[in-house]
Design a protein around this ligand. Structure first.
Ligand SMILES: [Zn+2]
Length: 59
């Protein structure tokens, strides 16, 4: 078990994952940023789905 780190500020969040945890489109709340970021977790790696202030229209 390990704590999920906020992908924005790298602060510890209140969510834990196991080495085999799989999350998809998980709204991770960071107590430091006080905002939610959408993440996915696979093989204990946290991948940021979308950045909170990203307004990209590229495709
Ligand atoms: Zn944060």
């Amino acid at each position: 078990m390990k704590w999920i780190l906020c992908p924005v500020c790298n602060h510890k969040t209140r969510n834990k994952i196991r080495h085999d945890t799989i999350l998809e489109n998980f709204p991770l709340f960071c107590p430091k940023c006080k905002q939610e970021t959408l993440i996915r977790v696979k093989k204990s790696k946290v991948i940021l789905m979308e950045e909170p202030d990203a307004k990209t229209q590229s495709q």
